[in-house]
Design a binder for this molecule. Structure first.
Ligand SMILES: NC(=O)c1ccc[n+]([C@@H]2O[C@H](COP(=O)([O-])OP(=O)(O)OC[C@H]3O[C@@H](n4cnc5c(N)ncnc54)[C@H](O)[C@@H]3O)[C@@H](O)[C@H]2O)c1
Length: 368
C-alpha cells in the first residue's frame, strides 16, 4: 500500500527563537531536503541516534545517517548521564563541530534531552533539529526546549532551556514503536485534554477505535497536542509563571515522579507513572470540591483502553512516596504544589495542599 503523504506545519512563536514543527506520514523528504540545504550552505551536520530506534527501524535511519558522522547512544534512561554527555562532547570535538554546525537528534525523549543539552552546552550553544520517534517525544518532549541529564540525586537535575531550530515528526516511524511505549505516550495525550482542551478529551473518549500508529485521527491529534504545547511554551518559555503556564503541563506529574522514584526508575515507563498520576490529580481535584460534573469512570476507562495502569501495580510505601514528593523540583518554599482541574479542560496550580489529603489519595491507588 502506498503511504499517504500529508504534512501539517505549525510554528512555535518565540521571536528570534521561533521554529517550525512539521508533522506527517513519510517526512523523509523534509529530512533529506533539510540536510541538503544545510550542506549547501556549508554547514557541517552530525547525528545522535537512539540505538533502539536504529535496531528497531533501520530503514528509517540508515539512509539519512549513512554518509554522516553519527553517535549511537544506548536506549534507556541511563544514557541521560554525565558519561554520555562527555562522550557526546568528545564526538563533537573529534568531528570539528563549529558554531555553524547542526546536530540532528533521532529518538525519544531520552535522546532528545541528551542531544538538546549537548547542543545547548557545546561551544555555548549550537543548532539542533529534533526528530522525535516515540509518541511521547512527538507530543511533548521535542517541543519547548527543555534539555538535560539525570544525576544519581534525581532526574533532570542538570539542564538548560535551548530551543531546537526545527522539529520533524514522521508518524510512520511509530509503526515500529513497541505498543507499551505507544501507550505511555497516550498518557501525555490524555493529559493535554484534561489540563486545557476539553474537546480533545471528548474526542479521545468518543473514538470508536483506540488510537494506534495506523489510526486516521493520529495526525490531527498529534498536531493538536503540539499546538497546545507550543501555545503554552510561547506564553511561558522558561516556566517562570507561578500560576498557569508551563507548570500546568505537570498535571499528574508530582504524583507520577514520586511513583517512578519510589518504585525505582525502569519499573514504570514515565507515561505509565503519569497515568496513575492523572488518576490522583483527578481525585485531588474532587477532594478540593472541583471537577464536580466529571466522571471518574470515564477517565479510568480511557486510561484502561490504552492498557495504562490506574493504580500501583505493586504496593509502595506511603512514607517513601510522600518524601519523594517533598524532594520534587516542584516543591515551592517547602509547600507541595499540585496542578488540579476545575473541570476537564481547565486547570490551575494549587499552592498549598494538606498532606493528609495527599496521603488519602496515595492510599486510594494502593500505597500503604
Ligand atoms: N524535555 C521535556 O520537555 C520532556 C518531557 C517529557 C519527558 N521527557 C523525558 O523523556 C524521556 C522519556 O522519553 P520516551 O518516552 O520517548 O522514551 P525513550 O526515549 O526512552 O524511548 C523509549 C524506547 O523506544 C525506543 N524507540 C524509540 N523510537 C522507536 C521507534 N520508532 N521504533 C522502535 N523503538 C523506538 C527506544 O530505543 C527506547 O527503548 C524521559 O527521560 C523524560 O524525562 C522530557
Amino acid at each position: 500500500m502506498k503511504i499517504k503523504i500529508e504534512h501539517q506545519r505549525l510554528e512555535v512563536e518565540l521571536g528570534d527563537r521561533s521554529y517550525e514543527i512539521s508533522i506527517g506520514f513519510g517526512c523523509r523528504n523534509t529530512l533529506t531536503e533539510q540536510k541538503a540545504n544545510l550542506q549547501q550552505d556549508g554547514r557541517k551536520i552530525v547525528a545522535l541516534v537512539d540505538n533502539g530506534l536504529s535496531e528497531g527501524n533501520p530503514s528509517f535511519i540508515n539512509e539519512f545517517v549513512c554518509d554522516l558522522p553519527h553517535l549511537k547512544i544506548p536506549s534507556g534512561e541511563e544514557s541521560k548521564s554525565s558519561e554520555w554527555l562527555c562522550r557526546g562532547w568528545d564526538f563533537l570535538a573529534s568531528n570539528k563541530i563549529d558554531r555553524t554546525s547542526v546536530i540532528f537528534v533521532f529518538g525519544g525523549g531520552v535522546s532528545g534531552d541528551l542531544g538538546g543539552f549537548l547542543a545547548a552546552s557545546y561551544l555555548r550553544g549550537i543548532d539542533f533539529i529534533q526528530v522525535p520517534t516515540t509518541l511521547l517525544s512527538m507530543v511533548d518532549s521535542s517541543v519547548g526546549g527543555k534539555t538535560g541529564i539525570n544525576l544519581s540525586a534525581g532526574k533532570n537535575l542538570v539542564g538548560a532551556f535551548h530551543q531546537p531550530s526545527q522539529v520533524i515528526i514522521d508518524l510512520e516511524v511509530l509503526k515500529t514503536l513497541p505498543p507499551r511505549e505507544f501507550s505511555a505516550g497516550m498518557a501525555e495525550v490524555i493529559k493535554y485534554g484534561m489540563l486545557g482542551n476539553a474537546s480533545l478529551y471528548q474526542k479521545l473518549v468518543s473514538l470508536p477505535q483506540a488510537l494506534s500508529p495506523e489510526h486516521p485521527e493520529l495526525s490531527a491529534i498529534v498536531h493538536q497536542c503540539c499546538l497546545d504545547k507550543s501555545r503554552i511554551v510561547r506564553d511561558d518559555e522558561k516556566e517562570s509563571l507561578i500560576q498557569g503556564g508551563r507548570a500546568l503541563l505537570n498535571l499528574g506529574h508530582t504524583f507520577g515522579h514520586a511513583i517512578e522514584a519510589t518504585a525505582g526508575y525502569g519499573s514504570y515507563l514515565h507515561g505509565e507513572a503519569v497515568a496513575i498520576g492523572l488518576v490522583c490529580a483527578y481525585r485531588l481535584s474532587c477532594k478540593l470540591g472541583l471537577c464536580e460534573n466529571e466522571s471518574e469512570n470515564v477517565l479510568l476507562e480511557l486510561l484502561a483502553r490504552y492498557n495504562l495502569p490506574i493504580e500501583l501495580t505493586s504496593q509502595l510505601s506511603l512514607d517513601r512516596l510522600l518524601s519523594a514528593m517533598m524532594n520534587d523540583k516542584k516543591v515551592h518554599k517547602g509547600a507541595l504544589r499540585f496542578v488540579v482541574m476545575d473541570k476537564i479542560g481547565s486547570s490551575h496550580v494549587e499552592n498549598s495542599v494538606d498532606i493528609e489529603v495527599i496521603s488519602e489519595i496515595l492510599q486510594s491507588i494502593g500505597a500503604r
